[in-house]
Design a protein around this ligand. Structure first.
Ligand code: RB5
Length: 150
């Protein structure tokens, strides 16, 4: 898989560890995040990873900030993105199976590195189930279309 990774200043260390972990597993990881611990703004990085997914430059994304909240909110502003912030693997797995999330997010101040790895593993290994879930995904798309016309 080609995975885009993004982070703010709070999550540089965790980004590096997760990037190395994913590369060890054979994934290609493209870094859209900051490598500096100087204070910066998470929307820039959430948007960058989201745009790369929509453009087909990467298959999916991993976003990390202090809580995972701000960076996932910014990614979700991009049409076609379904980003989910998770602090445990169960929601991460189900978010792929049922919601076909294309970004997983978590907080460097919330989860430890081993839990973060588990979240990413469960999410990447899970497969979207389609079927009844597609109706709801289509409805999310309809919301995006309605917003465009406002
Ligand atoms: C930065 O202080 C912090 O607000 C950010 O990393 C994130 O937690 C926002 O949601």
């Amino acid at each position: 898989m080609k995975i885009g990774i993004g982070n703010d200043h709070v999550a540089v260390e965790m980004k590096n560890e997760i990037k190395a972990y994913l590369e060890e597993k054979g994934h290609e990881v493209v870094n859209f995040g900051t490598d500096s611990t100087e204070r910066c703004n998470y929307p820039e990085y959430g948007e960058a990873v989201a745009n790369a997914i929509v453009a087909g430059e990467v298959d999916c994304g991993v976003l990390i900030c202090g809580t995972g909240v701000g960076i996932s909110l910014s990614a979700n502003k991009v049409n076609g993105i379904r980003a989910c912030v998770c602090s445990e693997p169960y929601s991460a797995k189900l978010s792929k199976q049922h919601n076909n999330t294309n970004i997983i997010a978590f907080g460097a101040r919330v989860v430890g590195i081993e839990l973060a790895k588990m979240i990413v593993d469960q999410w990447l290994e899970a497969e979207y189930e389609g079927g009844r879930h597609q109706v709801r995904i289509d409805m999310l798309k309809e919301i995006e279309e309605k917003q465009k016309n406002k």
